[in-house]
Structure formats: structure tokens, C-alpha cells
Design a protein around this ligand. Structure first.
Ligand code: G
Ligand code: G
Ligand code: MN
Ligand code: NA
Length: 254
């Protein structure tokens, strides 16, 4: 309860920040983009990670307003990097279920792109299967309107949600993100490898790209590259970095 009270002041108190985990393009060997990950600099507690407070915000509805702030901040950051010569780095933003259903995603994105003069193609959304499956008609409508803006859409934690594959051909999705659960033991567990390779092959057949998350070793990266995975993300590439460190990392890896 103390946490919830403190959390309520976090947006207006400027206590939220975004850190950025690089994504590596396996074809070019370069950083292709980053995932924005929310952190809460809670007075007296240091840096707090999303596992401790995103579920609370999902519960009390704060994720909707926080989500708007996150989209605006990510666009502000793209524009700032552009000015510093760090160009064409796509930022992926996580969208919670409740934000997807109750928020005005299209409006939030429109105003952030406009305000910061950001090319829509540089913004990607990571949506979970559970967000997408809550209401089929609403989902089709929202996704179509987001696609019309020119932004990109990825499905996060792919393969772990409660969903039907049938939606893949009905929704305008650009990318599948293979969940860490299938990546962790990919070099030693033939079942995990089979699932990951099936996801890659299915995605490509449906003209979608694939990224694997949680890649921690060279061997995992090599296996994924051999099987034509497009991108990887994970500690083998880098942990999430504060914005001040990200610019240098990108410039060193282009
Ligand atoms: O930052 P960390 O690596 O601990 O992220 C843990 C999880 O928290 C992520 O997988 C994601 O689902 C969630 N998360 C991180 N940042 C955000 C955010 O900006 N919005 C939402 N809704 N969830 C986030
Ligand atoms: O949005 P999502 O829930 O996928 O957020 C990514 C989460 O995965 C974050 O909590 C981040 O800290 C974590 N993560 C990122 N890279 C790695 C990795 O290589 N290994 C492990 N174990 N976790 C990772
Ligand atoms: Mn994500
Ligand atoms: Na994920």
C-alpha cells in the first residue's frame, strides 16, 4: 500500500525513466533498435524494476497514464538521439493489456510523433497475446489504425500466451518475439530448439520478422543465426542501458 501511494506520485514527480536494451540485427551484425524498459527511481529506494510495480499499475489502472508518458518519452528520446547523430534506431515500447483496451493508443502515438517530429517507422509496439485476444473486433480496428500511422507491431513473449494461431493471419503484425522460455535451453534441449525453429519458419512464411529474447551466449546466437532468425536481444548483446550510455553503444556497434 505504501508502494501504491508512492507510485501514484511517480509520473508527476518525474521519477520514471526509460532504459534501453539493444537489439542486434543478425544479418548486418549491427544494432537495429532498442527496447524501452521502464524504471522507477523511487526516493529512498533506488532504482525499482517493473516486476515490482507494473502489475500494481495494471491493477489500479495507472498503466494507462504511465503508458502515455512512456510513448511520449520514447519519442522524445528518438528525436534527441537523432540530433546527436544516432540515427535510425527504432524504439520498441511495451504496451500493457489494460493500456491497449482502455487507453487511446492511436491518439497518444499521433501526438507524440507530432510533438517530437519523429518518423512513425522508428516506433514499434510490443503487445502481448493476452492484450490482443481480449476483444477480436476491437483489436483488428486498433491494429489497423496503428498500421495506418506507419508504426510497427510486434507480439511479445510469443508462444507463452493463451491464444489461437488463427489471429496471426487476421492481425497486421510485423514481428514475433520468441519468448525467453524457448531460448534459454535452445542449445541443449531439442524440444525448445524445435519450437524456436518452428516459430522462425512460420513467421517467415507469413512475411513477418522474428526476434529472439534472452540470448545470453555466443552459441545461442550462432544457432539462431544459422536458422535465419532476424534479430536477437539479451545479455550476450547488452543489458538495458541508461540513455546516456546507449548512444555510445550504438555508435560503437554500427
Ligand atoms: O526491465 P525488465 O527487464 O525487468 O522488464 C520486465 C518486464 O516488465 C518486461 O518484460 C515488460 O513486460 C515489463 N515492462 C518493462 N517496461 C515496461 C513498460 O514500459 N510498460 C509496460 N507495460 N511493461 C513494461
Ligand atoms: O518485455 P519483456 O518482458 O520481454 O522484457 C524483457 C525482460 O527480459 C526484462 O526483464 C529483461 O531484464 C530481461 N532480459 C533481457 N535480456 C535477458 C537475458 O539475456 N537473460 C535473462 N535471463 N533476462 C533477460
Ligand atoms: Mn517486451
Ligand atoms: Na518479452
Amino acid at each position: 500500500l505504501d508502494l501504491e501511494l508512492a507510485l501514484r506520485g511517480a509520473i508527476d514527480g518525474n521519477q520514471f525513466e526509460l532504459h534501453y536494451q539493444p537489439k542486434l540485427d543478425l544479418n548486418t551484425g549491427r544494432v537495429s533498435g532498442v527496447e524501452a524498459l521502464l524504471r522507477w527511481r523511487r526516493p529512498g529506494f533506488g532504482l525499482v524494476y517493473p516486476a515490482e510495480f507494473v502489475p500494481v499499475m495494471e491493477e489500479n489502472g495507472m498503466v494507462v497514464r504511465a503508458g502515455s508518458w512512456i510513448i511520449d518519452e520514447a519519442c522524445r528520446q528518438i528525436a534527441a538521439w537523432n540530433k546527436q547523430g544516432v540515427r535510425d534506431v527504432r524504439i520498441a515500447v511495451n504496451v500493457s493489456s489494460r493500456q491497449f483496451v482502455e487507453g487511446d493508443l492511436e491518439g497518444d502515438i499521433r501526438s507524440a510523433l507530432d510533438k517530437h517530429h519523429v518518423e512513425p517507422g522508428l516506433l514499434e509496439l510490443e503487445l502481448t497475446e493476452s492484450a490482443l485476444m481480449s476483444n477480436f473486433e476491437h483489436t483488428v480496428e486498433v491494429l489497423e489504425s496503428l498500421k495506418a500511422l506507419g508504426i510497427r507491431i510486434a507480439i511479445d513473449d510469443f508462444g507463452t500466451g493463451y491464444s489461437s494461431l488463427a489471429y496471426l493471419k487476421r492481425f497486421p503484425i510485423d514481428k514475433l518475439k520468441i519468448d525467453i522460455a524457448f531460448v534459454r535451453d535452445i542449445t541443449t534441449n531439442p524440444d525448445d530448439a524445435a519450437i524456436a525453429l518452428a516459430i522462425i519458419s512460420m513467421a517467415h512464411s507469413l512475411h513477418m520478422q522474428v526476434i529472439a529474447e534472452g540470448v545470453e551466449s555466443r552459441a545461442q546466437m550462432a544457432l539462431l543465426r544459422r536458422h535465419f532468425c532476424d534479430e536477437i536481444q539479451g545479455f550476450h548483446v547488452s543489458r538495458a542501458l541508461p540513455p546516456a550510455e546507449l548512444g555510445a553503444f550504438v555508435l560503437d556497434n554500427r
